[in-house]
Design a protein around this ligand. Sequence first.
Ligand code: MG
Ligand code: ZN
Length: 395
Amino acid sequence: MALSNHYPARGIHSFNKTYMSIPYTILSFILFSCHTTRFASEIEAPKHQPVKTVTNINPPKPKNVIFMIGDGMGLTQITAGMYMNGNHLEMERCTSIGLHKSYSANELVTESAAGATAFSIGMKTKNGYLGLDSAGVSHTTIMEDASKNGSATGIIVTCSIEHATPAAFYAHQKERDHFDDIIPDLLNSNLNLFIGGGKKYVDRKTKDTLSLVNQLKNKGYLVNDYHENDKTTWIIPDVKKVCYFTADGEPLPYSKGRTYLPIATKAGIDYLNKASDHGFFLMIEGSQIDWGGHANDADYLIAEVLDFDRAVKEALDFAEKDKNTLVLITADHETGGFAINSGKKFGDLSTSFTTKKHTAALIPVYAYGPGAELFSGIYENTEIYVKLKKLMDLK
Ligand code: MG
Ligand code: ZN
């Protein structure tokens, strides 16, 4: 169609209808083929895959891994946080920076379930799938492997613990929104620590009224609640498993009074560090950066980036002292097509969004600690799993 403009007008007039139909037939065939390829149910593997980045390198191996995901945190979200924070973020302390390609198995633009599943099982999957490959086959997650290997494991999030990003590390389900199906996977996960919202989904299921809080207790969890503790001086008791609910549904935005993420990060690290001689694997999510992006609300988004960065400080402070901990900071995808426009200054940004959805932009990866050098370069999101497994000596 657009190509027809390239025919000189004179040339078109000189063709009769029969001759004209030949190039048009070829053209429409080409266009149709491109169309079917591009919108196939699975995105075809790109021809120019980067060389697998871990094969011949043997970096030092960390005892502990703190894997931090800022949901929807693209480069501009990070930039905006930095410029609104005196031109500084804690993430700048990281020594290796890379970029990952976030697309999923069936869409150039991924979402949180497929995005986190790429990290947790090392495979691109369909949007909405948790802990399954694109054919729907279940694979053990890196957190489950770490747990089997004797590491202490934990999840700390600012959404509900059943939400897509955390669930991709312990659940194996096709529907990210079917919390009733995700909760049994949570009960069977054997993780040592959960901190996040979503108590009501465990306490009052939608299908029936059966409370699963007692089942959680029967699995050995100390179930603690947001009413019961002073969260400013938070010490997690020395028991094998803890599930700490920070909200009945979704936790509040930072701007409305939620303050627990950096505090829980410090407390969670201290708890997991004591829990096993085999080190720990902790996933921390700044869940609501994404929600600020969906809302096209720059203030919401930036406040969440800065809250997440305060959790990054706790992780890096620990890693700096410990010298045996890898801190990895990345995102699943960018949200909002966020931009910083001209005309303003540090602390007073002019911003805009191109969409209320996610985008396909490359996503930064920041690493600090033993093995950090493995994360420089440009690679598929699934390579993060490959690199982590190598560093954690998991088969
Ligand atoms: Mg998320
Ligand atoms: Zn989102």
